[in-house]
Every structure is written in C-alpha cells, then in structure tokens.
Design a protein around this ligand. Structure first.
Ligand code: SF4
Length: 349
C-alpha cells in the first residue's frame, strides 16, 4: 500500500515525497542556546526535521525561542503529560510525538487532538518492543510482529475515534529482522506514513550496520517515508549515515559521491590519502556525480565505468578518466587540481 502525505512544517512526508532525514537533540531543551547551536549544526549536516524531548515547563517555554533560532521543523517528544503536549502546540511546535495510551484517559487525548487539528499539525505515534501493553503481549504471546503491529493500530484507533488522521507511525525494535517484518506488515494494512529507525542500535560499527540494514532493507522495498538513524554518538554522525543510506539506495542525492576500489597487490598509489583529498576538495560541491578513486592504471578505468569521473595514479603519473575512458595523463601531484578543473569545465553551463 502506498503511504499518504502529511507535512511536518514545510517537509512533506509520505506519498512518494523524498525520504526525509530526522534526528533528535541530546542537549537539555531548556538550554536554549545549546539546543539552537546543536540544531544549527544538524541542519548544516543535512538534518531536515528535529525532535526535542519536552520534559517540563521550562522546556515548553523554550520552544518559541528555539523555533525562532532555527530553520527546520521541530517535533515535541512527550511521554505522559497532556499539559505539556497542549502547551507545546500553543507555543508553535510543528508536530507532537505522543502515544495516546500514555496520556491517561481518552478525554485528555481528545483535547490534544482538538488542539492539533486547530493548529493543523500531525502526531507521530511510536511503538517499540518495550512499549507494548500487557494485554496485547498476553494475547499475541510476547514481543513479535503481531504484537508490535497491533499496538500501533490500537494507538492509531484512539486518534481516529476523534476524527484525527494526520498521523505518522514508527514501529521500532532493536532486532533488525523483527523491525523489518513488523514495518512490512504495517505497510500492508494501512497507508499512514512510516518513520523508520532501529531502536538502541548502539554505537560505532555495530550501530551503523544495524541501522543501515534495518532502515535500508525496508527502504529498498519501497517502505518508509522518513528516517532516523539512532546512534549513541554525536547526532551529526546520524545525519551522515542517514544520507549515506539514502544515497547508496539511490533514493536521494547529496552531491558528490566518492567510491574507491578495495585495493589489492596491484595498487600503485596511496589510495586512502588520495580519496581523502578528493573528498575534502569536493565536500561543498553540489553536482550529483560519482567519482571513483582507483588503485592501478591497468584495471582502474575499466573497473569503474559506472562512475562519472575517476582517478588513479602510479610511478609519478596520474590518470584522469570519465565513464571509464582515459581523458588525461597528469603529474601525480596535479591529480586533484586537474580533476576539479575538469568537473568545473563540464558543469559550466
Ligand atoms: S583497481 Fe587495480 S588496485 Fe584496485 S582492486 Fe582493481 S586491480 Fe586492484
């Protein structure tokens, strides 16, 4: 089933719109200056929607100022307090993240729904392995695809009861296969946009691999409308990985993509050094191109025919090629400069 479109601020989610990138601040929200500065760093890295935890009145009071200091839409993440949810809407938040089941009673949920309708903002419901209610766990024999999906459907039905359909949903598990199957099943049953992520993915290589597989597998099946890579790291790292997942699946392009050969006994250059130099020289370039950095003159051009441009070098010379065809031989120290000149020349008009 295709997802329908909702909007968080000016970011359209679902309905075939580009898969957007989200993150969450880890500053104290009431630390207005610190939070704004973290959001601006995240924006600069490519974050398109940000979520902040709202835990008390001081956090709610900070919303207006934080919104004034940043450019991307903000979601208020609220656990139990209806009061904080209502105040966040009044203070101009762009979306709420609540679970109706945590708000206390349905009258309270109804009041939140009425405020969100008035402000025309969506609600994100988030279900994870730890948030499934006991009766669903009992009925479906513990944490599994069915209990996760039923849990999400129950939360949705509370909002629907009050005529609210401006909802997006996340179903997360720290188990990658469970994450994939639950989201797949949910997608078969409803058209609500899906926020993808792997919860408690961890840090370092393990966290990156789990997030990439959990999110990437679903995206490659056409499932998922907005993503958050959750890592126990600086959130800016999450954005880099999210962009890399989307670019690798050819869903979005974020400028220059550098690819390099795995190297072997034929490698004739300092491949890592050259790749890093090209990476930093093209970091701000907006052209959607792929540059291959290859380790040897003999096989390099042929092995990287899919790339728009490529370079390799050996014994004092550098070779620059385009779509696998050699265009220029240059001195080794001129490789980067000559490559940049060629790209700029090609993109003049
Ligand atoms: S391009 Fe050359 S150096 Fe790189 S893996 Fe292929 S054969 Fe080895």
């Amino acid at each position: 089933m295709n997802s329908k479109t909702i909007s968080v601020g000016d970011v359209l989610i679902g309905g075939g719109n580009p898969v957007s990138i989200q993150s969450m601040t880890n500053t104290k929200t009431k630390d207005i200056e610190g939070t704004i500065s973290q959001i601006l760093r995240l924006e600069e890295a490519g974050c398109e929607i940000i979520r902040m935890a709202i835990t008390d009145d001081e956090d709610v009071a900070a919303i207006t100022k934080i919104k004034d200091g940043v450019n991307i839409p903000i979601i208020a993440d609220i656990q139990f307090s209806q009061r904080l949810a209502l105040k966040s809407v009044v203070n101009g938040i762009d979306a709420l993240r609540i679970n109706p089941g945590n708000i206390g009673n349905e009258q309270k949920v109804k009041e939140i729904v009425e405020e969100c309708k008035k402000a025309d903002i969506p609600i994100r419901i988030g279900v994870n392995s730890g948030s499934i209610s006991q009766d669903i766990l009992d009925e479906y024999n513990g944490v599994n695809v069915d209990s996760l999906v039923q849990s999400a459907l129950r939360e949705i039905s509370v909002l629907e009861k009050y005529g609210f359909y401006n909802t997006k949903v996340s179903i997360k598990s720290s188990s990658v296969p469970l994450n994939i199957e639950a989201n797949k099943k949910f997608r078969e049953l409803t058209d609500y946009p899906l926020h993808l992520g792997v919860t408690e993915a961890g840090s370092g290589t393990r966290g990156i691999v789990k997030s990439s597989l959990g999110i990437g597998t679903l995206l490659n099946m056409g499932i998922g409308d907005t993503i958050r890579v959750s890592l126990s790291e600086d959130p800016v790292e999450e954005i880099k990985i999210a962009k890399s997942i989307l670019q690798s699946l050819e869903l979005r392009s974020f400028g220059v993509e550098i690819v390099s050969c795995p190297t072997c006994a034929r490698t004739e250059i300092d491949l890592i050094g050259l790749a890093k130099q090209i990476e930093s020289a093209t970091e701000k370039m907006k052209y959607n191109i792929k540059i291959a950095v290859m380790g040897c003159v003999v096989n390099g051009p042929g092995e990287s025919k899919e790339a728009d441009y490529g370079v390799t070098g050996g014994k004092g010379v550098g070779i620059i090629f385009k779509k696998g065809e050699i265009v220029k031989k240059v001195n080794e120290e001129d490789i980067v400069r000559e490559l940049l000149n060629l790209i700029e020349e090609d993109h003049k008009n």
